[in-house]
Design a protein around this ligand. Structure first.
Ligand SMILES: [Zn+2]
Length: 307
């Protein structure tokens, strides 16, 4: 999407919450305690006055502060330390629980946008899983073994699809592969996995059989380490980066949903925020048509997810 088109798209979506008309005029600004002045709109059809939800509607903290917390967290600072840092500069302050809640809320919001982006990938996607432990405070024998299933485009290093699950059966793998297929349609010809049997039919089934060509629409490449066939280098490197960051969590706490949101946030961090050493830019710059113009890409992604 070119930036001009995007701006137009932003305005197209300003609709009256009462009558859905998109005809409006700007009507002064509302002063808020922590978020500065917010543009008001007046509907030309029914005269209703409203503000647009830019993702921070009714939040008691400034978007810069919220996205600063998210940025620090994914760069390795714990929610408790983020809170301590804020305490120094904003005496009336949020707890580490609200910092945690922002991470969850905005990861989900941005994920709704980034999960739909089409990816101009290379021909090969590598797929794998990582094991995670999650402590469940309310249960006595409270450690559950979970899985993070992820995938990477070898060419652009974009993490194409990923999701945190309670297990790694065919259903879970299928869900991630369906996302990979949707996002890379027309580009991918090979899916590489290890020898884990759950991949066996799911890869072929997801892409389907081509009767005309008399073969499957995908080539499933299996690399079996125990047979001395080596490793899938790109996904292994991705796992190293993920481990590097997530080791400071010392496992997850709480629900599978919140662990899932946190890992979605990591995916966004990896694709859109962190500069990738090997390609000297962010993966999204090679893999998508998206143009992010501001220095605060967290904030820009949140606003785009509300368009
Ligand atoms: Zn109206």
């Amino acid at each position: 999407m070119k930036s001009k088109e995007r701006t137009q798209q932003k305005y197209k979506k300003v609709t009256c919450p009462k009558c859905s008309s998109n005809k409006f005029k700007k009507d002064g600004k509302r002063k808020t305690q922590n978020r500065g002045k917010i543009q008001r709109h007046r509907c030309k059809n029914c005269n209703f006055r409203y503000v647009i939800d830019d993702g921070f509607f009714r939040m008691r903290n400034h978007p810069n502060k919220i996205t600063c917390a998210i940025d620090l967290f994914y760069k390795g600072v714990s929610t408790r330390k983020v809170q301590e840092h804020f305490q120094t500069f904003y005496p009336k302050n949020s707890t580490n629980v609200s910092v945690y809640n922002w991470i969850i809320k905005y990861s989900d919001m941005k994920g709704g946008f980034t999960d739909k982006l089409k990816v101009k990938s290379g021909k090969e996607i590598q797929v794998d899983e990582m094991e995670y432990h999650r402590r469940q405070e309310h249960k006595k024998r409270g450690v559950s073994k979970d899985w993070f299933i992820d995938s990477i485009d070898v060419h652009t290093r974009f993490m194409v699809g990923s999701k945190y699950f309670k297990s790694r059966g065919k259903t879970e793998i299928k869900e991630v592969l369906a996302k990979v297929k949707y996002k890379t349609e027309g580009y991918v010809t090979t899916v590489t996995t290890d020898g884990y049997t759950a991949y066996e039919n799911v890869v072929k089934k997801t892409w389907g059989y081509n009767n005309k060509k008399g073969r499957y629409n995908i080539f499933h490449k299996k690399v079996i380490a125990s047979k001395g066939e080596g490793f899938n280098l790109f996904i292994e490197r991705l796992h190293n980066s993920i481990r590097e960051r997530t080791k400071t969590f010392r496992g997850f706490h709480g629900s599978v949903e919140s662990a899932r949101s946190i890992m979605k946030g990591y995916e966004i961090f990896y694709n859109f925020i962190r500069k990738h050493q090997a390609i000297n830019c962010c993966p999204y710059e090679l893999a998508t048509d998206l143009i992010l113009e501001s220095s605060n890409r967290w904030l820009e992604l949140i606003k785009l997810s509300k368009v």
